[in-house]
Design a protein. Sequence first.
Length: 201
Amino acid sequence: MSEEEVNKILGPEKFDSEQYIANSKAGVAVGLAWTRVGGDILFIEASKSKGKGKLTLTGNLGDVMKESASTALSFIKANAEHMDIDPASFDALDLHIHVPEGAIPKDGPSAGITMLTSIASALRNKPVKSYLAMTGEITLRGKVLPVGGIKEKILAAKRSGIKEIILCKDNKRHVEEINPDLFMVSSFIMSIRCNKYLSML
């Protein structure tokens, strides 16, 4: 079957992921998600504007994912100086976090580290490294917790052209079950030691 026939049957591509994967703008981070039909990549955008510290969340997010965003922001506020962010700026800025493809419901804790990265990127005006994706739940103390669906997420990353992945160290055993020719996991982390973590992005 030719490419033209496939396009005719399936229709045009609905979402151009390349503009996010080859990222050059601050505030955009790529996460990895598990779905009932396999893994997928998840894009998270954060923007800042003059305001009074308001946090807006859009993109058809579930309660757990909203909690992840609040946790990420609280951690950044508590560690702002270590992340080269002016602590006073939080009272003068509004933050908006958006996950594209709003028609699709999204939930779960595994986007926590991606949300934290997106917010930190926007506040520091520093783009995240291109072709990098990540997955992991975070806590208020900066711990990165293991998540499920690692095989499906890694295969989705490979399929999408992702070159590097950041995961929790406790997920290392799941990675070792997969053919190493399929991926490159750049880093395993257990906690977000701000300077070291941000230097990887």
